[in-house]
Write a protein that binds this ligand. Structure first.
Ligand code: DHB
Ligand code: FE
Length: 293
């Protein structure tokens, strides 16, 4: 304690959110990566967008990635479905919940920062589910493979944040944006010199089943990509049913992008973006945002 008093108040170096990346997490991407189909005419316009995102990550060198994604039936199933769940494990094991993806080696966690975020969120009235064990599915691994393709060189630790986009009722866009803001406050109050990047995975428009299977709404997707940068609050006025109508049943994954955007409370600028349709059944979007604190 006496040592602490040497330092004037306010000089403690805190963790900070250096930026955010949103990307679709379509399982077919995982298969295309393992088959190295980067130059294939179908895949090239998609994969060509990612080197710029990796370049930016090389520049900012984040220590931790908070990965906001949805579990698709691997770790949680319809019988027990938390609205918001946060990993607090030393590592996260991957498995395939049915898409035929090759399971990838475990991802290193950061339990100390996880527990800080969990404590801060609950104090901030977000009653999340804390997970000291958590399997991660394609919603987590596909974006991680796109950002850090070489696992031997990957030093970033990760904190998965799983959000229910599968079984209604889903959390509203407004609630998700507020969760992002609360995660942002939690990170900013962690007294360690850490750079944190936030990934929002999933989206954009897609519907995998039912009468509208294959539904994609390019106009809506492009509007969302613009608003996420310049006016995210505009997107918080949609209801979940608006999102299902406008972006498809699985297009509601857009709420994960809003959580990412909510974490960034500094001056936000766009580094890079790409939109390509279709990849599998989905409007595939990529957005790299920098957060100047
Ligand atoms: C597809 C997209 C998803 O977000 C997902 O979780 C599974 C499949 C697709 O377009 O194939
Ligand atoms: Fe999905």
């Amino acid at each position: 304690n006496s040592r602490r008093n040497f330092w004037p108040r306010g000089t403690e170096i805190m963790a900070r959110i250096v930026g955010g990346i949103t990307t679709s997490h379509i399982p077919a991407i995982g298969n295309a990566i393992s088959r190295e189909m980067f130059e294939d005419p179908y895949w090239k316009p998609f994969f060509d967008a990612y080197p710029r995102a990796r370049e930016w990550l090389d520049e900012v060198k984040p220590d931790v990635a908070i990965v906001v994604y949805n579990d698709h039936g691997l770790n949680f199933f319809l019988d027990k479905m938390p609205t918001f769940a946060i990993g607090a494990a030393p590592q996260y094991t991957n498995d395939d919940e049915g898409w035929g993806l090759q399971p990838l080696p475990p991802y290193q966690g950061d339990p100390e920062l996880s527990w800080h975020i969990i404590n801060s969120l609950v104090a901030d009235e977000f009653d999340i589910c804390s997970c000291q064990e958590m399997l991660v599915d394609h919603g987590f691994t596909v974006p991680m493979s796109l950002m850090w393709p070489d696992r031997a060189k990957m030093t970033v630790r990760s904190i998965p944040v799983a959000v229910n986009t599968v079984q209604h009722p889903l959390p509203t866009p407004a609630r998700c944006f507020k969760l992002g803001q609360a995660i942002g406050r939690a990170v900013a109050s962690f007294p360690k010199d850490l750079k944190v990047v936030v990934l929002g995975t999933g989206g954009l428009s897609h519907q995998l089943d039912g009468q509208r299977a294959g539904f994609i709404n390019k106009e809506f997707d492009l509007m969302c990509m613009e608003k996420i940068v310049s006016d995210p609050e505009a997107l918080t006025r949609y209801s979940i049913h608006d999102l299902v109508r406008l972006a498809g049943a699985q297009g509601a994954e857009l709420i994960l992008w809003l959580i990412m955007r909510g974490t960034m409370t500094g001056t936000v600028s766009k580094v890079h973006s790409n939109y390509h349709i279709p990849i599998s059944n989905t409007g595939a979007g990529l957005l790299v945002l920098e957060n100047a604190v």
